[in-house]
Design a protein around this ligand. Sequence first.
Ligand SMILES: [Zn+2]
Length: 211
Amino acid sequence: MFKIELSGSPIHTLSVICILVPRKCSVIGCRGNYEPRKGESADVNKVSVFRFPKDDQKKNEWLRKIPQDLLPGDITDDMVVCEKHFEQRFIIRDYVYPQPDGSAFTCPCDSPALDTEAVPTLFPNTPKYLSSPLPPKRKAPEERRAEVAARDEKRLRDWMDSDTINGFDDFAANVSDKSSSMRTEWMIVNKSDLVLFVLLVNITSSLYGGP
Ligand SMILES: [Zn+2]
């Protein structure tokens, strides 16, 4: 950590405000992540959202499941579908790590993820006929356990991969994403051959204890 010392007068201070706005659900009529209406609580529409799958086949499956009336005219890569449209069994909210003694270590995900089999089938606030819950799939317990273990292993691997820095170029390219949870007072200056983390300090306050 370092502090920028400025001399001379007048002393200028600069505030950087960074607000991350969660994406709104793309399903027409759904208010996922929309501003609350008057009188509603602040987090009434707060939801987790999921991007469309990158795999074309899976993406088309999603598009087939969402009623045409509820899809915008243009399908873009920025579109997201919120958790209200998925059965709970498809939403992964915890990492589960099986332990050698047969128990399992669980910790909550930073943000929920979707099971690879997930498709949007629920469309609340629309006529019932538009929703088409999938019939529950019955799998042998061993098959299900093996799938869960493989899935958790893959998620752990993906998480470790996503947290690995492969050289400066990789670091510089991803530093903005990785630092989104940093305090907003920090500013990132990304040049071709260096990345600066700058903490702006209100020197007037520091010196005189003012606001
Ligand atoms: Zn939604």
